[in-house]
Design a protein around this ligand. Structure first.
Ligand SMILES: [Zn+2]
Length: 68
């Protein structure tokens, strides 16, 4: 299961595991119970970006390799 980094504005980074298809854009911070937003973008999850097809292919390939 991939690990995603979320960033709380109060506490800093926290890591959480989610299935790739269920990764939320933000999570509840385990320390202060505030909102921690995803710290990096996932281009292959973005919808309708016509300029990033090459990036999407590369990212998908990398993600597939990581889950094996
Ligand atoms: Zn926090």
């Amino acid at each position: 299961m991939p690990t995603y980094v979320y960033r709380c504005t109060t506490c800093g980074d926290t890591e959480q595991d989610f299935p790739m298809s269920r990764k939320p854009e933000s999570v509840t911070c385990p320390d202060c119970h505030g909102t921690a937003d995803s710290a990096f973008t996932s281009p292959h999850l973005g919808a309708g970006s016509g300029t990033a097809f090459g990036v999407i292919d590369t990212t998908k390939k990398t993600a597939d390799e990581l889950t094996r």
